[in-house]
Design a protein around this ligand. Structure first.
Ligand code: ADP
Ligand code: F6P
Length: 321
């Protein structure tokens, strides 16, 4: 099928760099003389026909902005066959041949359904969690990790002055990558992630050993998927008797200007998605593996859990004694 027009939407939890990806899709499509449409509020806007044509200037001045100018939503209707059919019908009604979905695993499943209904689809990994398989990194992950590292640097200053320990709760319900990369990059003493078993007793013992050997503060990074920072913090306080403070970083991890890594990744992936659609590919997820852009069958991506990087996890433990 010849592609003459393409639409783009952002869906699920937003992430820094989504705007850069939207800009890349729009500008690349226009470069290739396609008509291009922006869908507001993800699948909700698609089902409710909130769709507008985009031009070159509509994506000006956004590459450096967090959030998404297309806004995002979680849309239950899209989980139903009726909602999916309505979404596909709305695209057809407007003569839109293809759709680029920027989002996380849930959004990928929506794209998968539309692809099965005959819409040419491409999915781009837009989530801070880095939990999408068949891509080394997702758009927003690098920025989120930088925010966490910056926060831990600040905590370290005050914790050191007061000889306190710090439990830092970061995002990641099913994937510990934010905790892992931020923990390694900031020299955290312990990193608790959903992928690896842990015992709070062992964390506490480690802290006490460190204290005995002269360390006067510890940083424990906890991915939200293993429990709340408050729960872990109070157990540690009880087991160690050390002055332990808890910081929950929450949604600050999802905002702010994207790093150059996220902007470059988003720009490359947005352009790549359009080029692959023009080459006739569909039902695919775009990713980056060993710095090369790749497409993978979306059925494979949705059905596969991203492997956890145990090597990095063990390295972090070895280096933080
Ligand atoms: P993310 O994309 O960040 O993982 P969600 O899991 O909330 O975020 O999914 C975003 C949206 O994708 C959902 O609100 C829904 O509209 C759509 N979606 C999720 N799962 C499915 C599914 N199994 N089938 C169709 N659409 C889905
Ligand atoms: O998937 C991205 C993410 O930020 C997760 O890390 C977090 O658990 C969740 O979204 C929070 O979602 P909400 O936007 O509903 O607060």
């Amino acid at each position: 099928m010849t592609i003459r027009s393409v639409a783009v939407l952002t869906s699920g939890g937003d992430s820094q760099g989504m705007n850069a990806a939207v800009r890349a899709v729009v500008r690349s499509a226009l470069y290739h003389n396609l008509k291009v449409y922006g869908i507001q509020r993800g699948y909700y806007g698609l089902i409710h026909d909130d769709i507008r044509e985009m031009d070159l200037r509509s994506v000006g001045d956004i590459i450096h902005r967090g959030g998404t100018i297309l806004q995002t939503a979680r849309c239950k209707e899209m989980m139903t066959p009726e909602g999916q059919q309505l979404a596909a019908d709305n695209l057809r009604k407007r003569g839109i041949d293809a759709l680029v979905v920027i989002g996380g695993d849930g959004s990928y499943q929506g794209a998968q359904k539309l692809s099965k209904l005959g819409i040419a689809t491409m999915a781009l990994p837009g989530t801070i969690d880095n939990d999408i398989s068949y891509t080394d990194f997702t758009i927003g992950f690098d920025t989120a990790v930088s925010i966490v590292v910056d926060a831990i640097n600040k905590l370290r200053d005050t914790m050191t002055s007061h000889e306190r320990s710090s439990v830092v709760e970061v995002m990641g319900r099913h994937c510990g990558d934010i905790a892992l990369y931020a923990g390694l990059a900031s020299g955290a003493e312990s990193i608790l992630v959903p992928e690896m078993p842990y015992k709070v007793e062992e964390v506490a013992e480690r802290m006490k050993d460190n204290f005995r050997s002269g360390k006067r503060h510890s940083i424990i990074v906890v991915a939200e998927g293993v429990g709340t920072g408050e729960e872990i913090g109070s157990q540690i306080r009880e087991m160690t008797g050390l002055d332990t403070r808890v910081t929950v970083l929450g949604h600050v991890q999802r905002g702010g200007t994207p790093t150059h890594n996220d902007r470059v990744l988003a720009s490359r992936l947005g352009d790549f998605a359009v080029r692959k659609l023009l080459e006739g590919e569909s039902g695919k997820a775009c990713g980056v593996i060993n710095r090369e852009l790749v497409t993978t069958d979306i059925d494979l991506v949705v059905g596969t859990k991203k492997p956890f990087n145990k090597e990095l996890y063990e390295l972090a433990l070895r280096l933080s004694q």
